[in-house]
Ligand binder design. Sequence first.
Ligand code: NAG
Ligand code: NAG
Ligand code: NAG
Ligand code: NAG
Ligand code: NAG
Ligand code: NAG
Length: 448
Amino acid sequence: MELTPLKLIFFLTFLIHLHRYSSASTFPKEALPTKSGYLPVNDTTGSAIFYAFYEAQNHNHTSLSQTPLVIWLQGGPGCSSMTSNFYELGPWLVTPSMKQNVEHLELQPNPGSWNRIFGLLFLDNPIGTGFSIASTPEEIPTDQEAVARHLFIAIRKFIALDPLFKSRPIYITGESYAGKYVPSIGYYILKRNPLLPLSKRVNLHGVAIANGLTDPETQVGTYALHNYYLGLINEKQKTQLEKLQLEAIQLTKAGNWSHATDARINVLSYLENVTGLATLLDFRRYRPYDTDWVVQFLKNPEIKKALGVNESMIFEDCNDVVTKALHSDVMKSVRFKVEYLVKNTKVLLYQGQCDLRDGVFSSESWMKKMKWEGLQKFLDAERDVWNVNGVLAGYVQKSDNLSHAVVLAAGHFVEADQHVNSQALIEDWILDRGLFASKHIPNLFMDI
Ligand SMILES: *[C@@H]1O[C@H](CO)[C@@H](O)[C@H](O)[C@H]1NC(C)=O
Ligand SMILES: *[C@@H]1O[C@H](CO)[C@@H](O)[C@H](O)[C@H]1NC(C)=O
Ligand SMILES: *[C@@H]1O[C@H](CO)[C@@H](O)[C@H](O)[C@H]1NC(C)=O
Ligand SMILES: *[C@@H]1O[C@H](CO)[C@@H](O)[C@H](O)[C@H]1NC(C)=O
Ligand SMILES: *[C@@H]1O[C@H](CO)[C@@H](O)[C@H](O)[C@H]1NC(C)=O
Ligand SMILES: *[C@@H]1O[C@H](CO)[C@@H](O)[C@H](O)[C@H]1NC(C)=O
């Protein structure tokens, strides 16, 4: 099947001030997910994870059983993967346009969609997030083990939906707080698989994290230096920020989890206050990312119906109840899970260069602390200049199972800022192409 990206003009009558939609608008057939709906994670209570799946645009039936499946998890904690679907990496992006002096939101094809040659599955995780259902607030996970348990059930239920899914290589990806989720579900899968019959295993082939929070105790210690060298704070403010960082680090070391999270919030709040930036997610921006468009779009009952969601459900970009449930989880490190993953599968860590929350320096600071026999080789590896269509896109460093990429001209939402480059990155990494191909090993015999 080859889907020609139709320039399909579809719009909702969206009056800027009234925020009211034309009830006549529908979801165009071309833009509908291949499948969407619910994956129950608890049959007793009815709690369920919402999913939207887009089959690869370019595939044939013969190759489909080998076409990679990419799973995407949004961060938060408590933020919906529908934001990434319709704003960052899905095949259709919510885009405003003016029609007869009225602002409309329309769906436009994404030239950098991640489902060009891979199946793409968005999960609203954990339950209570986005369109996912938490039957009771008590059921919302409060730690990463519970998150992984639910995700494992949901992923297995998804694979069971189609016999062709079973053999497909699975890659788990996500950004920001998914720096916790991705290693946690990856680790859970690797630990569980050997205990299960072949037919019930999850065919994990790799994990990728964008701008992740993974080892918070290390990462919270990087803000002062990073922002000082960017010229965003002066020496006195740097000293004050270091003091606030130290509080967060000490509370983390003491295992005083809830207060440690509060102390990290203080660090970010101080930084926001003194820099006056519109958002720490991208220091170039004079206004925050326009994710509100997605919220407006998903208010429409017709859109919800088309996605298989009950019309009474109210979509929130990020859910406070979920954020609170995971409050004591924030400062807990999952670095040991990444260490386990890199020994057993491939791992990609990448960051938009302009992110001040979980950026390049923040990630490199914990990567170099990893306990992994391949680490020194990785740290000694060349960092290659990465071009896309002949234009500088960033940098890639790879050794063995670990890859690191810096995406230029991108903030926290790398895929929103660099649609096409993020597509090139994920495709090359999954297919071991370009800078991700195994390096040519000189034939010593010939050299002699
Ligand atoms: C399902 O919910 C029940 C009641 O809250 C709980 O006892 C059980 O552990 C849950 N199962 C899973 C897999 O979370
Ligand atoms: C199907 O795709 C595979 C892998 O891309 C390719 O090798 C094969 O030739 C294709 N078959 C047809 C009938 O197009
Ligand atoms: C946790 O930290 C807070 C704030 O510093 C402090 O008031 C509280 O006593 C600490 N709790 C424990 C159990 O140490
Ligand atoms: C940042 O500013 C807000 C509003 O003025 C204030 O409430 C907050 O305490 C400040 N944060 C820090 C860490 O100083
Ligand atoms: C939608 O939710 C409402 C309120 O919870 C419920 O009464 C109704 O039966 C649901 N509709 C469907 C089609 O599930
Ligand atoms: C990389 O992963 C493979 C499994 O895919 C494993 O056999 C190998 O030991 C790993 N390499 C290192 C250096 O950890």
